[in-house]
Design a protein around this ligand. Structure first.
Ligand code: UDX
Length: 436
């Protein structure tokens, strides 16, 4: 099938590359000429494992193209996916900023030719599909089109696999004609028996928020249990296993840590709370998850301070990992962006390493943070080592080598990567999350 994707950010680029891998003919459009020029040269602006190879393969195969010109992409497309950004609004009130969505809708409208399904792929609040339809109709009353909602559930760092082997595909449509187009697009997934949930646009829009909010609740729940474990001297890892093996609970997303970050959970929980407020109902469990997450980050600052003997002033802290999770260079809402400034404010010196995120991190962290190019260099003269993000390359460090460079042997493992006994027997004081 012939598809157009508007927006070559994270979601647009991954979707475009994967749809072309399905065998569709895809044209990705972006109004940023520099970005398109770079993409045409095979330069991918984000770090996502496997993405460069997939883009290059499908460009070479003639199934994937990039352009700034909507007139080249939209008229021939059976479906046009809107995958532009929906950042939190600049007002800082938690609302998603939909201006890019509506301007994409306005720009697409005059180029629609023949029956076309316009698909919202970006995460958008309930009611947006109807608004997009209204905008298109205003600009081009003659256009023959439907608007569908088809939210993505991609994890950064695992996005290609999530797209090619999803747990489910959610499609929100008003009629069978639009449903048939979406079914056609996802037909390669029928071979692996992917369930497709076909529902209304409003339900599909809400499914995305409800899924992310549930996962945020699950993480905040286990983080709160971890705090209780530390207080009573219980083992949070065994607790997560003990509850997670109950099939009704499930063992995924039960890892205690420094709190969730990233481009989705923090933004989508707040946007859901705004929607709920607008409609005069409540989502107190989601509200609590947001509060618990903020408290968890603050608690990590205290944990580091306590491990340093009650004060971080004048201490050197080595930090391993800065991104909100491994296999990405994304720093959006990373716990490091809250935890490190709080330590610096109290007079700590920070020396940090991240395999992919240092360039991004330097934009958002206070001046004075020192970046080094290998994990062992963060330990030189450090009073404590904080493992902030669980990159694979931090999972089997030479503890003897680390200790020999440090001033004080304090290991704060905010991702519970190491077995406490192993670290203690190497001569460190060890502090995890939810365990001693
Ligand atoms: C998430 C959703 O998984 C995805 O379906 C949605 O479309 C976008 O948001 P992503 O933000 O890429 O994806 O990352 P994810 O792997 O879900 O992790 C989010 C945050 O939760 C990270 O900061 C991670 O470290 C944290 N987390 C996750 C925990 O602290 N504990 C866990 O058990 C799981």
């Amino acid at each position: 099938m012939k598809l157009a994707i508007i927006g070559t950010g994270y979601v647009g680029l991954v979707s475009g590359a994967c749809f072309s891998e399905f065998g569709h003919e895809v044209i990705c459009v972006d109004n940023n000429g520099d970005k398109i020029a770079a993409l045409c040269q095979g330069q991918i602006p984000i770090y996502e494992p496997g993405l460069t190879e997939l883009v290059v393969k499908n460009v070479t195969g003639g199934r994937l193209r990039f352009t700034t010109n909507l007139a080249e992409a939209v008229p021939r497309a059976e479906a046009v996916f809107i995958a532009v950004g929906t950042p939190s609004s600049r007002r800082g009130d938690g609302y998603a900023d939909l201006s890019y969505i509506y301007s994409a809708a306005r720009d697409i409208a005059p180029h629609i030719s023949g029956y076309t399904v316009v698909v919202d792929k970006s995460t958008v609040p309930v009611g947006t599909a109807r608004q997009v339809a209204r905008v298109i109709r205003e600009v081009n009353p003659a256009a023959e089109f439907d608007v569908a909602s088809n939210p993505e559930f991609l994890r950064e760092g695992a996005a290609i696999n999530d797209f090619m082997r999803p747990d489910r595909v959610v499609v929100g449509v008003d009629n069978d004609r639009a449903a048939a187009v979406l079914r056609g697009i996802y037909s390669p997934l029928y071979l692996i028996e992917t369930p497709v949930v076909i529902t209304t646009p409003e339900t599909a829009e809400l499914i995305k928020y409800a899924a992310n909010a549930f996962l945020a609740v699950k993480i905040s729940y286990i983080n709160e249990m971890a705090t209780i474990c530390e207080a009573v001297g219980a083992d949070g890892i065994a607790l997560a296993k003990g509850i997670g093996l109950d099939g009704r609970i499930g063992k995924k997303f039960l890892h205690p840590g420094p709190g969730y970050g990233g481009s989705c959970f923090p933004k989508d929980t707040l946007a859901l709370l705004r929607t709920v407020q607008e409609y005069g109902v409540s989502a107190r469990i989601v509200e609590a998850a947001v509060e618990v997450n903020a408290a968890q980050k603050a608690r990590m600052v205290k944990k580091i301070r306590d491990a340093l003997g009650g004060s971080e002033t004048g201490k050197t802290i080595g930090v391993l990992g800065l991104t909100f999770k491994p296999e990405t260079d994304d720093m959006r809402d990373a716990p490091a962006l809250t935890i490190l400034p709080a330590l610096i404010e109290k007079g700590a010196r920070i020396v940090a390493h991240d395999p992919q995120g240092m360039r991004e991190a330097a934009k958002y962290l206070p001046e004075g943070v020192e970046f080094v190019d290998n994990p062992y260099a963060v330990c030189a003269g450090a009073d404590a080592l904080v493992l902030m993000t669980e990159w694979n390359q931090y999972r089997a460090l030479d503890l003897g080598r680390i200790k020999s460079g440090m001033r004080n042997s304090v290991f704060i493992d905010l991702r519970n990567v190491y077995a406490p006994e192993q670290v203690r027997s190497a001569g460190f004081s060890y502090f995890g999350v939810g365990r001693g």
